[in-house]
Design a protein around this ligand. Structure first.
Ligand code: ATP
Ligand code: MG
Ligand code: MG
Length: 465
């Protein structure tokens, strides 16, 4: 990619989140991730080009030096900061505007700094031959927090029984963020039990919100509808998936083949999530039980009497085990972290110059990582302990907000042998994306939000008749 010869016609809108907008290259397996700002930001509150460059460099460093070593090399692609011609960025912004979903248009793409992040396009498989009529399918899951907090600092008992995602659903519904409750429960997905994972994925398909997207050949084919009242089109998805599971037509003889296609599809996702990360490994993986606390959420729709069945625990190398392990660095809960944050704040008030030494706002390099790893085990009253715990919390927050991408394509060898009767085999690759640092300043907001979500949940579900 020649940065001085960038042409907006080589790129197209790919997707966006709350913080960034992504465009993909029409020929190469590359994407550009550009920052977004609230549209009401005036010129003087906006970041300067230098600040924007530093911001993106922080994102790359954080991914490279902090998240990658914690999550495992093979899952993480940190990308590189690129300096783009301003004219290109402006043209691009105009080009993508009409493609953007309405619910994301409260923010505008950064067209001032010319800085962006260049990453591999993870919805594609680089070695996949284009001659196949079945392009790669990519499933993107934002799994959210997969455990129940176990900290002794927790003041509301319900936090030990109902997971954050399930509680947050009620609050989001009340605030108009979504029109229907999602029945997805992260604890089911992270359970390692095939049955529970199946139910979790099925519920994601029924109500994807911003937790599930599906791409085919790099094109988004399934996600939440812009109009929040509309149901996602499961029938369209089934039509897309049919050619990948052609053995089913022979098997089911027209009896609910659509449902069978979805079931097979969910099983393929499940197996990939339970594997060691790519299709070239085999053998029975070792299981881990990361959590001593209650592994089941009381708000999950999974039938209680079936909980004892099946093989529980995630394989140690699986992508979900890696993510869960990092999420669990949050072992004090926001209720235990907030007082430590205040300790750091008080210290910084007294010694403002220490802000740099403690790397509160980066750089996120190896010495930052040392503070994450070498935090004292017990609270000795020191600022080092407080800083270390606050950093562990921030790292955990990133792992609670990341996405997993599973990209798979039918096995090439398999295709010739296939008599349309055997179960298809897939080549796949798994990555973790969206590993941005969560700001230190966000902690007071997180504390307030936690209280609001819990109080709202208690009021809405335990109201006297
Ligand atoms: P969030 O609101 O979840 O924090 P964000 O603003 O931080 O999102 P990302 O999640 O990084 O942004 O990117 C937005 C979307 O763009 C993703 O959900 C994904 O569909 C797509 N995307 C991001 N990076 C890549 C990539 N490397 N390859 C393919 N698609 C990508
Ligand atoms: Mg995201
Ligand atoms: Mg993000």
């Amino acid at each position: 990619m020649e940065l001085d010869k960038m042409d907006e016609n080589d790129w197209k809108y790919h997707g966006e989140g709350n913080k960034s907008l992504v465009v993909s290259h029409l020929q190469h397996c590359r994407v550009l991730r550009l920052l977004k700002f609230p549209s009401e930001d005036s010129a003087h509150t906006r970041q300067t080009a230098e600040q924007a460059f530093r911001h993106i460099l922080n994102i790359v460093d954080y991914s490279k030096y902090v998240m990658k070593p914690l999550l495992e090399e093979k899952y993480v692609h940190s990308g590189e900061v690129v300096k783009l011609p301003l004219d290109f960025v402006r043209q691009l912004s105009l080009k993508v505007q009409q493609e953007r979903p309405e619910l994301r248009c409260d923010k505008v793409m950064d067209t001032f700094s010319g800085c962006g992040l260049c990453l591999p396009n993870l919805t594609q498989l680089p070695l996949h031959h284009l001659r196949d009529h079945r392009p790669p399918i990519c499933v993107e899951i934002k799994p959210k927090c997969g455990f129940l907090p176990f900290s002794r600092h927790i003041t509301k008992e319900c936090k030990r029984k109902v997971c954050r995602f399930c509680m947050h659903q009620h609050y989001k519904l009340a605030n108009g963020k979504w029109k229907r409750l999602s029945r997805y429960c992260p604890l089911d997905l992270f359970s390692g039990s095939k049955q529970r994972m199946f139910v979790a994925l099925k519920n994601l398909l029924e109500e994807p919100q911003n937790n599930l997207k599906i791409f085919k050949g790099g094109e988004l084919i399934f996600s939440c509808k812009d109009d929040a009242k509309q149901q996602p089109e499961l029938n369209d998805l089934i039509q897309h998936l049919r050619p990948y599971f052609s053995h089913i037509n022979g098997l089911y003889n027209g009896h609910q083949p659509g449902k069978a296609v979805l079931n097979e599809f969910i099983q393929v996702i499940c197996s990939a999530l339970l594997s060691g990360g790519d299709s070239n490994r085999s053998g029975e993986p070792r299981k881990v039980h990361l959590s001593e606390s209650r592994p089941h959420c009381e708000a999950s729709p999974f039938p209680r009497d079936l909980l004892r069945n099946g093989n529980h625990g995630l394989p140690k190398d699986s992508v979900l085990a890696k993510i869960l392990q990092v999420q669990m660095l949050d072992n004090l809960d926001i209720e235990g972290i907030y007082p430590l944050y205040k300790r750091v704040e008080q210290y910084l008030e007294e010694f403002p110059k220490e802000r740099n030494r403690l790397q509160i706002d980066g750089p996120y390099n190896e010495s930052f990582m040392d503070m994450v790893k070498n935090c004292p085990a017990e609270d000795d009253g020191s600022v080092e302990y407080a800083v270390g715990k606050v950093y562990q919390y921030r790292v955990a927050m990133t792992a609670k907000d990341c996405s997993v991408m599973i990209t798979f394509a039918p096995d090439e060898e398999d295709e010739e042998q296939q008599l349309n009767l055997e179960k298809p085999r897939f080549t796949y690759s798994i990555s973790i994306l969206d590993l941005d640092p969560k700001p230190y300043e966000g902690i007071p907001h997180q504390y307030k939000l936690d209280t609001k979500i819990v109080n709202y949940y208690l009021r809405s579900t335990q109201a006297p008749p």
